[in-house]
Design a protein around this ligand. Sequence first.
Ligand code: HEC
Ligand code: HEC
Ligand code: HEC
Length: 472
Amino acid sequence: MMMNRLKAALGAVTVGLLAGTSLAHAQGAEEDLIKKGEYVARLGDCVACHTALNGQKFAGGLAIKTPIGMIYSTNITPDPTYGIGTYTLQEFDEAVRHGIRKDGSTLYPAMPYPAFSRMTQDDVKSLYAYFMHGVQPVAQKNREVGISWPMSMRWPLAIWRTMFAPTPKDFTPAPGTDPEIARGEYLVTGAGHCGACHTPRGFAMQEKALDAAGGPDFLAGGAPIDNWIAPSLRNDPVVGLGRWSEDDLFQFLKSGRTDHSAVFGGMADVVGWSTQYFTDSDLHAIAKYLKALPPVPPSRGDYTYDPSTAQALDSGNTASNPGARVYVEQCAACHRNDGGGVARMFPPLAGNSVVVTDDPTSIAHIIVAGGVLPPTNWAPSAVAMPDYKSILSDQQIADVVNFIRSAWGNKAPANVTAADVQKLRLDHAPIPTAGWADPTAATATWGLFMPQPYGSGWTFAPQTHTGVDAEQ
Ligand code: HEC
Ligand code: HEC
Ligand code: HEC
C-alpha cells in the first residue's frame, strides 16, 4: 500500500520533471482560458441571476416570480452533486446556447439563451473552463420550481424554443461592418443580452427582434420588469439615446452616471455586476454600435428646455399645480427648481429620457420606493434618493409624476392617477399601459401554456442586488 503510493508519487515527479516546460506552458494556457472565461461571465452577467440575494456566488436560488409561479435560478458552481460539476463542455454548451438541460428538458427562457445562442464557441469554451476551474463549488441543492401541474410540464418550453430561439451559430457581422461596431453588436445582442429587457415582447413573450435586422422593434424599449422600464436604446432625441454622445454611453455603463442621468432599478444591477467590469475598448464598441443604430420612427421631435417652469417655481407660483407644490417641498432640494439636478449626484429631470418614456411605471416606482445610485469602481460614492411611500399620498405621487413629465419642456402625457400609484404599492402591479403590457394579457390563452420570460407580473429581485451583497 505504502509502496504503491510512493511509486505513484515518484512516477508523478518523474513525469513532471520530464514534461516540466510544456506542462507549465499548458498550465499557462489553461489559466489564460479561465481568465478569459471569467471576463465572458461578466459580459453575460451570469452572477446577477445565478446568485440569490445574500446568497453564495453562482449557487443559484434567486427567486423569479412569474405569472404561473416561482422559478429559481440554478446552481452553476462545479459542485458534482448539486451544481454542474459533471457537465461536459458539450452539455454546458447545450444549456448555455441551446437552452437544453443535461436531462434533455428545455430551460425556461428566463435564462437568456436566445441571446447567448450568438456567442462564439471560443467564448463558450472559456466560460466552461472558468466555471469548472475558476469558481468555488458550493454544495447547495436547487430549489424545486414552484409551478403546479400542468403548467410545470416542460414540453411546451421545447415548442417555444423551436419557434423562437435561433439555432446557435457563432456571431458573424454583415460583410464590410466596421470591426469596432461588429464587436459592439456581438456584445449587445449576444453575451450582454441587452434586448432581454430593452426589446418589446410579442404574443408569446418572445423578443420581437433579436437584432437590428429585425426592424424598429429591436431595443425600442421593454415592458415593466420588477416595475422598472428599460427605455428605448434607439436614437430618438426625446425618448431614446438621440442626445447622448458616445462618451455619455461609455460613462454611464462604466460608472452608472453621466451629467444627465443616473442609473437605477434593474439597470443598476447591470452596471454594478456587469458593465463596470468591461474593458474600455468593449464599452467604446457598445457605444459606437448603439449610436450607429437608426432612430425608430416616428420621431418625437426634439427636446427644447423651457425656462418658464423654473421661473414659476422660483417665484413661489405653484398654487394652480399641486404637483409643482409637492416638487418644491420634497424634490427641489436635490433636483433643483430648474430640473437640472447636481451633476454626477442628483440626476436632472429636465430633458431626461427616462422621465418622459411612454410608460411612467419606473418614474412612479422610484418615487414610491426610492433608489440608491450604486457605487462603482469609477464613482465609489453611493448616493440615495429617499422613498416617499410613507411621506406622500397616492394622489400627491401621481401629481408630482405628472408634473415632472410635463415641466421644463418635457412633453409626456400627464395621465397618471392615484389608483395607478395605489396598485404599484399594493400588489406591485405595473401601471397598465396600452397594448400587450396589460397585466391580464400575460395570462391570456396563449400565455398560459407558454413560458413568459419577462414582462408584467415577473419579479426577479424586489430589491436590486447592488448595495445588498458585499461581494459582487
Ligand atoms: C436573466 C437571468 C439569467 C442570466 C443572466 C443567466 N442565467 Fe443561466 N439560468 C437562469 C435560470 C432562471 C435558469 C434555470 C431555468 C430553468 O430552471 O429552466 C438558468 C439555467 C442555467 C443553466 C442550466 C443549469 C442546469 O441545472 O442544468 C446553466 C448551465 C446556466 N444557466 C449558465 C449560465 C451562464 C454561464 C450564464 C452567463 C453567461 C447565465 N446562465 C446567465 C437565469 C439566468
Ligand atoms: C435587467 C434588465 C436590463 C438589462 C439586461 C439591460 N438593461 Fe439597460 N436599462 C434597464 C432599465 C430598467 C433602465 C432604466 C433605468 C436607468 O435609466 O438606469 C435601463 C437604462 C439603460 C440606459 C439609459 C437609458 C436612458 O434613456 O436613460 C442605457 C444606456 C442602457 N440601459 C444600456 C444597456 C445596455 C448596453 C445593456 C446590455 C449590456 C443593458 N442596458 C441591459 C434594464 C436593463
Ligand atoms: C436627497 C436627494 C433627493 C431627493 C430629495 C429626491 N431625489 Fe430623486 N433622485 C436622487 C438620486 C440620488 C437619484 C438617483 C437614484 C438611483 O440611481 O437609484 C434620483 C433619481 C430620480 C429619478 C430617476 C432619474 C434618473 O435618471 O435616475 C426621478 C424621476 C426622481 N429622482 C424624481 C424625484 C422626485 C419626484 C422627488 C420628490 C418627490 C425626488 N426625486 C426627490 C436624489 C433625490
